[in-house]
Design a protein around this ligand. Structure first.
Ligand code: ZN
Length: 352
């Protein structure tokens, strides 16, 4: 349990902050104090659940996300500390997208002053999640408590930005300064400060030997207006007893188990179960549109100097090659709106 486990109160608002304490370094998880754990096989699919309790006064979201996080790690060749940070951001975005209606999405961007350079993830209400770290080759020395140093990789100073696209004309976007770079703390702070919702957020990624993601998951509990401060304190105690969420999952706990354990005597009513998967909607047609948005002189330079172009999708790492004659055809077309997802692989910077 990290020392950052705090309870801040402001008037009637209680902000529960729990560190994303679930990262390991390759040690076997499952022997911790997680009462929710049951020894079961690795889950065949990642999924998230949504539940309410206390007559709608409590909202709980939980996910297991190891496959999704491992797929992202593999695609970006993320080293352990970067993989843990990426997995936390992917899982956090997936959880916050869960209550949205079809067509909605959440984009979570964490940008600190650490060597990671930032992490961005987009999650659709459908359960499709994608994301990337700016610098995936980051692996810092393990902290004294044996955890991966995600806060060190992200950086202490920076900004968390959350954008909810509800399919309306204008997406809603807000941001808050980072408090630790550990992602869960930062998200808790954001939700309390920018959205005035006291929340408990726990995110964890267990990276095993060989750098692969062994377990990952998360939990968000929100206390809606009208609930007593005692309710918040009781749930916080429940979660503290569970230990690191990734170790609970490694030991066999399901998302439903996490919710039941966190809510304790506030028996949850499960409303939704959605599968999660890594999925990027990029494609050749979309990438060609991005290319068409480049200045004509740049297209000409690529054609004449490089004999073609290769573009790489930041979100999934997929590469798209365009021959010189395709570039020539694009040069003659009308300029299109700039496409932010895709950069030129040769010398292209990150998307932000
Ligand atoms: Zn892609």
């Amino acid at each position: 349990m990290r020392a950052a486990h705090t309870l801040a109160r402001k008037g009637r608002m209680a902000a529960m902050a729990r560190g994303s304490s679930g990262d390991g370094t390759g040690d076997e998880g499952g022997s911790g104090p997680c009462a929710a754990a049951r020894p079961t096989a690795t889950r065949a699919v990642d999924y998230a659940v949504r539940a309410t309790a206390a007559d709608g006064g409590i909202l709980a979201l939980a996910a297991s996300s190891a496959r999704l996080c491992e797929e992202a790690r593999r695609r970006h060749d993320a080293w352990p500390t970067a993989a843990a940070a990426l997995g936390r951001v992917l899982t956090g975005a997936a959880l916050l997208a869960l209550p949205l209606k079809d067509g909605g999405s959440v984009t979570l961007r964490v940008r600190g002053d650490g060597p990671l350079g930032g992490v961005l993830a987009t999650a659709e209400a459908s359960g499709a999640v994608r994301g990337y770290p700016v610098h995936p080759h980051v692996d810092l020395p393990v902290r004294a408590d044996g955890k991966l140093d995600v806060g060190g990789a992200v950086g202490r100073f920076g900004l968390l930005t959350l954008t909810r696209d509800l399919g309306l004309r204008q997406p809603y976007s807000g941001s808050a300064p980072l408090v630790s770079g550990e992602i869960a703390d930062d998200l808790t702070h954001y939700l309390a400060r920018s959205e005035q919702v006291p929340s408990l957020v726990a995110l964890g990624v267990l990276v095993g030997t060989g750098g692969r993601v062994r377990a990952a998951g998360g939990l968000v509990v929100q206390i809606l207006p009208g609930a007593s401060d005692d309710t918040a304190a009781e749930i916080e105690n429940n979660v503290a007893r569970m230990g690191a969420v990734s170790r609970c999952i490694a030991a066999g706990a399901s998302p439903e188990d996490l919710v039941c354990e966190a809510l304790g005597r506030f028996g949850p009513r499960f409303l939704q179960r959605s599968e999660l998967r890594f999925h990027c909607p990029c494609g050749r047609r979309r990438t060609r549109a991005a290319l068409a948005a480049l200045p004509r002189q740049e297209l000409r330079a690529m054609r004449e100097e490089d004999g073609g172009a290769e573009l790489v999708c930041h979100f999934c790492g997929r590469r798209y090659r365009f021959a010189a004659d395709e570039l020539a055809a694009l040069e003659g077309r009308e300029q299109r709106e700039e496409h932010p997802d895709v950069g030129r692989s040769a010398g292209a910077g990150a998307a932000y």
